[in-house]
Structure formats: C-alpha cells, structure tokens
Design a protein around this ligand. Structure first.
Ligand code: AMP
Length: 455
C-alpha cells in the first residue's frame, strides 16, 4: 500500500510530482519522498508525514531539475521510521541511484540474509532496498541490463521507479499485481500508480506498463523491453474493492463504475431482500450502494456524515489511534435512520471492527433493522503483496461462521457478494484475471517465509 509517481522532461518536475503524490495520498500517509534530477545531479528529500507537510515551498524549490520520482508510503507495524521513507537514494558502484517501490517481496527475508552474508549493509528495513544490493552485486553492461538481470530474482509484487542521472526506469512484476500506468503531458512522460494522478496534473493515461515489462525514459523518449515473460495477468482485486480512487481507470473503466456494477451484482444475488433504504459506508461504500439501489429499486439515502479531516482510519498503524479515528470519522444522520430498516454496504469485512461500530451506531440512532451487505467475499487469508491485512488469526471469517460474525457485529442479517460476481463486475475474462488471494488463500506466486515490510 504505497503510491509512486514519476515525471520526466518538464521544467516543473518536482511540482508536478508533488501534485501527483498529493493525488495518491489515499495510498499511504506515513511518509513521502522525492528525488529530482538536475542535469545529471540527483537531489533527495523524504520525511514522515503527509505530502503537504513533507514538501514545503522551500523544499520543492530545492528539488531542481526536469525529472522527478516520488513515493508515498503506508508502513506495516514496526517499520514506521524515516529511514524507510522512499525513494531510497544511493551513491554506489552504479553511480547515483534512487528507487521507489510499491509492493511486497515474498522472498525478501531469504534474499536479505544471503546478501548480508556476503557483506551487504542495509540502510533501511524495507524489502525495497534488496533490489539495489542485488544490482550492485550482479551487474550487466548497462543500468537497464542490470535491472533486467536482477528483477527475476524477486518474488512477490512490485511496481518500481528507478532514477539515475538522465533517466527514469519503470518496471512491473510479471503478474502485474500492483498497478503502474504510463501517461503523457505535452512532451513529458508520467508514470503513476493510478490514472487519477495523471489526470490531476493535466496529462493523459496512455497504457499500463505490462507485466514483466520495463520502460526507460531518456532524452524525452520511452524505450520498452521485457525482463520476464508475462505470467497470466493477476491484478490485485482489492484495488477495485477498496484501495484505488473512484476516478482512476483500471482495465478500461473507472473504479466508480466497477463499484456500481459490483453493487448491482450484489443486488442480483440478494434479490427479494426488503429494506426501506440502502446506503454505503462512505467513501468507498457509496458507489456500491448506488449500484445496489438502481438494480433493486430500494431508494438510496446517505446515513453517515463523514469527517474528511481524519484521514483513512485504518491507515494509522497504531491500534489505539485507529480506534479513535474510526469513531471520529463517521457520524449518523439521525432523522434518516430512525424507524427504518437499513441495508448498509461496506467494501470489506476484515476484523469486523468497523461493521460492529457502524451497526451499533445505526441502532443507537434508532434503526429498526440493519442488514449488512459486503461488496467482497469473506477475507480468509493475508495479503502477501502489499495490502495491509492482519494475520490469519485476526481475520474474523477464519474463526467464526457467517452467522456468528453477524451476531458479533450486531446486524440482523449479513451477506457477502460471491467471488464470481465480484470478479465478473471487475472485468474478469480469460486473459484478464485477478489476484484474490485474500478471499481464496490461492496466490499467483510462490509465498516464501514472509519477511517484507515493503513499499
Ligand atoms: P474491519 O473493520 O477490520 O472489518 O475492516 C474493514 C474496514 O476497513 C472496511 O470498512 C474497509 O473500508 C476498511 N479496510 C479494509 N481493508 C483495509 C486495508 N487494507 N487498509 C485500510 N482499510 C481497510
């Protein structure tokens, strides 16, 4: 759960990267960083906090040059430290080099141990640093050759941006698990985790970087090559379910439309259900509820007021903060709720904490009945590819039956959408598949002893 953004050949590179990172802020709020290239001299700034705190006007002015890459980070517990802020920046035998990574390497622990045994000294605890040590050790003729030679040693998920004097290089893992899009703004090329960031800076998204593909942007032009045969596309389905911004386009349509379609599919699966109103937990639940309302004929109403100044509650790595911000975040609109049976949609149910609080809040506000509908199947397995899900033991669907979960959250009824409907609504077909490991326990790559706390 991180966001990356890069721009080349633009006199306002750092400022555009700032806007791009700001747009991707929903992907991580822990730290932010940027590296800019001023005629071959790279400068770096990174710190803990939100994009607008990390990059003051002075800092941005200091990041001179016509290319910049940036990163915003969500960290898993225990690794919330400025030394892990990306892009990571090195002066090495390869020259000046920066790397920004979104994803998680599932063979990180093994690779790190191997590299340390032969003398590598790591400066961070992120798995993202491993690629640099591999590159320093196993070199090719050119920087691109070096990258292409080493990426196949990595297992797991990655969207990478590298910066070296005069060039920006992007690469995406052979399964295409994490997103990476190429865009254009005038003569500038842009690389971003989501199309929304390309839109906001005024550019156009051209296409995704393909699984197993690398692109080098140098001298204002992109050059493409493959470093691995593309495995079957298995994009992370949680991007559509929860993570991506509704205005981003994934496989040909906006996430908003995909979510409305998921909501409609859910309504079809729950055909005949009776409720006075349908609503969603803002923000992600709203699109599902709109699709459900249209399909079922049950009217949509807003039942919660969201306080937009709290940030995403889950994105605070500390449990005490998480609980506090969740309560602060959503306030029930009492007149809409009182005396009504409410069908409420949330994107996912992980530990059950959110649903339990929300149902309690609706009941306290006078709801006659609360039917909880979840726009994804039960989460039964952790994500090893960068979405922050807790260990198996904390996943409520692993421990309790659906009826016991219903009782735990205090709902009168509880439904989940089927995986078939979810993936169909997201555009599943024979060459366009999704990773749904969190719902199935089946993963598209080997899962080693998990040692990542990546980007
Ligand atoms: P829980 O409260 O543990 O059942 O988690 C489900 C709630 O958290 C839903 O409201 C989701 O919108 C949100 N959520 C699910 N997965 C994540 C995640 N990986 N990061 C942040 N929020 C999440």
């Amino acid at each position: 759960m991180c966001g990356i953004f890069g721009v080349t050949n633009n006199k306002n590179a750092a400022k555009l990267a700032y806007v791009g990172l700001f747009t991707l802020q929903h992907r991580g709020q822990e730290s932010a960083g940027m590296v800019a290239d001023d005629n071959g001299a790279l400068s770096h700034h990174g710190d803990m906090g939100l994009v607008n705190k990390v990059f003051t006007a002075d800092v941005l002015d200091g990041l001179r040059g016509r290319s910049a890459i940036g990163h915003i980070r969500y960290s898993t517990t225990g690794s919330s430290h400025v030394k892990n802020a990306q892009p990571l920046f090195f002066n090495s035998c390869l020259g000046q080099l920066a790397v920004a990574h979104n994803g998680n390497l599932t063979n990180a622990a093994r690779l790190r141990a191997e590299l340390q045994k032969t003398g590598a000294i790591f400066q961070s605890t992120t798995d993202s640093e491993i690629i640099i040590h591999l590159m320093a050790k196993y070199r090719g003729k050119t920087l691109e050759d070096t990258i292409a030679k080493n990426l196949p040693r990595l297992e797991g998920s990655y969207a990478f941006l590298f910066m070296a004097p005069g060039k920006v290089i992007a690469a995406r893992d052979p399964n295409g698990i994490r997103p990476l899009v190429l865009g254009k703004l005038g003569r500038s090329y842009i690389l971003a985790s989501e199309t929304c960031a390309i839109d906001v800076v005024g550019g156009n998204a051209l296409r995704e970087i393909e699984p197993g593909e690398m692109v080098t942007i140098e001298g204002g032009r992109p050059g493409f090559r493959r470093f691995a045969k593309a495995a079957p596309y298995t994009r992370c389905i949680f991007e559509q379910v929860y993570f991506a911004r509704p205005d981003s386009v994934i496989v040909g349509r906006t996430v908003q439309l995909a979510r409305r379609e998921i909501g409609a599919m859910l309504a079809r699966e729950m055909k005949g259900i009776k409720a006075d109103i349908v609503s969603g937990i803002p923000d992600s639940g709203t699109a599902y509820a709109l699709g459900f309302a249209q399909e079922s004929g049950i009217p949509y109403q807003t039942v919660f007021m969201r306080n937009h100044y709290t940030g995403r509650s889950f994105i605070q790595p500390d449990q005490a903060l998480r609980e506090f911000t969740a309560r602060l975040k959503l306030a029930p609109i009492k007149d809409v709720i009182k005396g009504h049976s409410i069908l409420l949609i949330d994107d996912s149910l992980v530990r059950g904490t959110t649903s339990r609080k929300i149902v309690k809040s609706l009941k306290r506000a006078g709801a006659k009945k609360v039917i909880m509908a979840i726009a994804s199947p039960a989460v039964i397995s952790p994500c090893y590819y960068g979405i922050d899900t807790p260990d198996k033991g904390e996943l409520i669907a692993n421990n309790l039956s659906t009826d016991k979960i219903r009782r735990y959250i205090g709902a009168d009824e509880l439904y989940y959408i089927s995986l078939e409907s979810l993936t169909a609504a997201c555009g599943n077909n024979s060459d366009r598949r999704f990773c749904a490991g969190c719902f199935t326990g089946i993963y598209p790559t080997k899962i080693g002893r998990f040692g990542g706390s990546g980007g």
